[in-house]
Design a protein around this ligand. Sequence first.
Ligand SMILES: [Zn+2]
Length: 840
Amino acid sequence: MQKHLINLLILFFSYTFCNAQVSNPTLDYYLPDDVTYDSAIPKPQDILGYVPGTWHVSHDLLLNYMEKMADASPRITIERRGLTFEGRPLVLLTITSPENHANISTIKKQHLALTDANAQSLNTDTMPIVTYQGMSIHGNEASGSNAGLLAVYYLAAAQGPKIDSILKNTVILFDPSFNPDGLQRFSYWANTNKNVSLTADPQDREYDEVWPGGRSNHYWFDLNRDWLPAQLPESQARIKTFHDWHPNILTDHHEMGSNSSFFFQPGIPSRTHPLTPKLNQELTAEIGTYHAKAFDKLGSFYYTEEDYDDFYYGKGSTFPDINGSIGILFEQASSRGHLQETDNGVLTFPFTVRNQFTAFLSTIEAAQAMRTKLLNYQRDFYSNSRNEIAKDAYIFGSKTDPARATLLAQLLERHQIEIYRAKEDYKSKDVEFTTATSYVVPKNQKHSRLLNAMFEKRTTFEDSLFYDISAWSFPLAFNLDFSDAAPTSITGTKVDSVKFEQPLTLARSEYAYLMPWGNYYAPKALNKILNKGIRAKVAMQPFTLAGKKYDYGTILIPVQGQSLNADNLNAFLDSAAKDSHLSIDAVKTGSTQGIDLGSRQFEALQPLKIALLVGEGISSLDAGEIWHLLDTRFDVSITKIDTRNLDRTDLSRYTTLIMPGSWGSSITEESSEKINTWVRNGGTLLGFKNSAKWLKRQGLIDFSTKDTENPAENVTFEQRRDFNGAQVIGGAIFEAKLDRSHPIAFGYDSKTINLFRDTTLFIEADATSYKNPIQYTEEPLVSGYISPINLEAIKETRPFVHQSAGRGDVLIFTDNTNFRAFWYGTNKLMMNALFFSKTM
Ligand SMILES: [Zn+2]
């Protein structure tokens, strides 16, 4: 009670005297008073019905305001660059003087020319600088998007020489919401739980979002990890803007824990990626002086250099650093809802909005003062990179899975990287690349540094702590044949638009069809076939027919005894093949070299009915990756079952239950019992990461783990966090051996595979060797950071276990086979676990 009184007093004093913390703000609370404002421009409250900070703006209102402002102001244009998964427009505002608008395509062309050869003759003194400022990529870090209302009002309505000069010298690319679906989800939560008499009590429902929260996008991805892989529509829109414009500064407005203050970069210096030029961090620090000055003036606290880092280029504030720009991360202590008690007193939502707006303006101020410096830096970045590059080329491909190579080529295309076909077949060491299934990427091109950052491997580091993953090498993530030292003489024709090879029309057969399993999209076709009620079998051994070799896992579709007649079956398979960018072969005989088509070595397959466990206790990131993969890549319709409903769920409807990374804590005893019975009656349960431990406790699977002991010797209290952090595998790449004859490995043409791992769960190999179809090698580290003790522990352990339980099957992966939608190389391991569990 007393605490409440004190809080009320604090609130009263703050509001009355220092104007720092208000909960019912007026526009004056936010706006600089050194300019006048054009009364013809609609104020935010004219369109929203309230002053920003009073409510959490929903995405539709935000969009409405932005479109009205573009109508009202000759300084603003707005474009739609695509749609989110939920159909919300991904907009971009271009804000500059009307004179610049009249000339915008020339300004853009001249700005881009800075990154081209012969840019030295361009006069940067007269060029506008380009900033790209984006808000709330984590939807529940909403002060950024709400500040966006003020930012746009200010830039549209402010009058006088100062604003005229800003608009003349700057092209501001503004994205009011990097994550529309997440923002919408969060605003709903914060507003529907708001009290009229605001409650600062952190235990109120307003501050405790329901799973999975508004941080992520529709499929629960962290959009601030996708700038480099660019797999999601939101990223693809903004990456296009980035490469179309090459902004000089890119800002990314976030929120952090409520007890903090305000953070701006630079981050921790020792954790900057070594490919980022030193000057980048110096310029980042210089930009920081403008933020510091603005926050000092405002009376807001802040800090810098102690947190966060610039290592993983998939983050919005780091991606620009490998592209000649300066990326800046802002982190504001979060009020989460509208008002919250914190270590620093009562934190109001409007206060957080005002800080974000202040950082938005101090960025523009820095851009004015450092305009030619940053333009010249960008020019030098590209001319230096042209001087340092090697004269050879990258080549990548896959003879058995050209689709996977095409998917990587598409990724490169999004980054405007030049891609070519190979002119002739090429052999590097013992790897063969064919013209039809390979892509050549010469190093000598504009984005050479970006390319290097995408393709390099790294196992030594200055620091042992990482804010995010320590490795992401794309040829490893896609598990492709790869060489980084091919001669440019093999460069063939330029690929202007990357497309999947379309198969020829399927010949008609009266006997059978064969579908190789190597193609990335083969599971999509198989799912379609089985769902149609068509009988299909999988080959447990390789064979040769009509001179063609068929590998383990080939899918056999007989013509006889199907519900479709021969013509309709042919037409259906033809469309399934075309849909999945793969070839199916029509065959006339069952006589082969090896297993004949009537052999019992072809095992019958059943259609899948998959349930995916989601909700409290389950990692939403892991669950979302699985949902996205099955739903959008393989067209597998799944049922998402919330852990809180498990007690009353009828599991008998499903063949398969997937348990993403979880702690198992939210599953009741009753549900555990139910899952156990369902498995023993024939269900297939696939668990990931720490779910393995829960499954072991339930007696559904058994394995022994290798424990790593690392006593803290000579570690001081101050060093404890770094010491413990160094034992974490934040995300690194490891090599494992594959037993190609095991169904888990079907579709892979190599005896080794690269796995992405971010856990320290090490499972001992089984004494029965064929129970270790995937096993880490003796020297497994390929790229990324792992502590010496963990590296010793992981050697020759196994990331995959399959065991029968009653009539059912339990399978576990300790690694993430679907990491962030770009780890294409291991998706098939999961699909094999789903389709072939009964053949193991
Ligand atoms: Zn964030």
